[in-house]
Design a protein around this ligand. Structure first.
Ligand code: BV8
Length: 243
């Protein structure tokens, strides 16, 4: 996108494809998580009620993988954009790993929760999740054996939706990176932003299920396409500053 002033408000939605090159699996690619686990069993409140031990096992394994992973050039480039772009840059991530934070991201919303978070289903208390969580763990605040991963499961309200919808209505540029466009309400964000006048860019390894909602599509691995895209934006700002 050319002709940017540098004051544009940019909202960036990220998905599992951004963390894929950090060694964390995606959900719907070949060998993806949902090809090996039944989503209904491990990512719904009903599944957790039926078999909390299985769900904790699933998230304990992902928490260990995520804690051992490093941010890649895509995460680093987005943190650089937040530092060097004069306008605001908000990252809304569907990812539950901590790789955006590890790369130095500032304005960040984890709309589907975080693996490092634990939540008490009885009193709502939140704390940093231990490496291994188990069904009978007592809540540190109310002692109820009602602890769960602080993750948004299917059928549950994603976090900070009012803030996200407000940002989508205000932004000049909406960019979706590494997400298949199959999970709502995130899959509708490009439509929401485009309807409010934003220019929408999709950055992905392949066109998503909602690719038609975007004005521009950049295909390739995020560890290359995202740094290139960020460099092209910052070059416009630097050129202006040099005048
Ligand atoms: C909601 C938990 C109401 C964390 C996740 C019936 C009842 C209730 C709800 C529904 C229903 N039917 C439909 C719904 C809505 C439902 C939904 O959308 N279902 C789908 C399956 C149809 N949504 C919900 O239930 C949501 N809540 O609707 O509540 C409501 C609605 C509006 C407002 C308020 C309330 C809750 C959804 C959250 C569920 N939790 N995960 C965890 O375990 O991780 S979702 C799960 O999928 C992940 O968290 C992830 O966020 C999400 C999307 O996956 P992606 O990130 O896109 O990953 P995916 O593998 O799919 O794609 C990877 C992409 O990367 C691909 O495009 C690939 O090409 C690309 N890629 C791969 N490698 C690279 C790459 N790109 C670049 N470079 C690479 N190297």
């Amino acid at each position: 996108m050319q002709g940017l002033s540098g004051n544009e408000f940019i909202v960036i939605l990220t998905g599992a494809g951004l963390s894929a090159e950090s060694g964390l699996g995606t959900f719907r690619d070949k060998d993806g998580l949902w090809t090996r686990y039944d989503l209904e069993e491990v990512a719904t409140p009903e599944g957790f009620a039926r078999n909390p031990a299985l769900v904790h096992e699933f998230y304990n394994a992902r928490r260990a993988n995520a804690r051992a992973a490093q941010p890649n050039a895509g995460h680093q480039a987005l943190a650089r954009l937040q530092r060097d772009w004069p306008g605001d840059v908000l990252i809304v991530t569907q990812n539950v790993d901590g790789l955006h934070e590890a790369a130095g991201a500032q304005g960040l919303i984890h709309m589907h929760g975080i693996l490092d978070g634990a939540l008490c289903a009885a009193c709502g208390h939140r704390w940093t999740a231990p490496a291994v969580m188990a069904p009978q763990d007592p809540c540190p605040a109310c002692a109820a054996p009602a602890t769960r991963p602080d993750i948004v499961w299917f059928g549950e309200m994603p976090y900070q939706m009012e803030e996200i919808w407000f940002a989508l209505r205000q932004c000049d540029l909406f960019v979706a990176i590494g997400t298949s466009g199959t999970v709502y309400p995130a899959a509708a964000f490009a439509q929401d932003a485009g309807r409010a006048g934003a220019h929408c860019i999709e950055i992905n390894a392949e066109p998503s299920a909602v690719t038609q909602d975007f004005d521009e599509v950049i295909l390739g691995p995020a560890s290359q396409t995202v740094p290139d895209w960020v460099a092209s934006l910052l070059a416009q700002v630097t050129r202006k500053a040099d005048r």
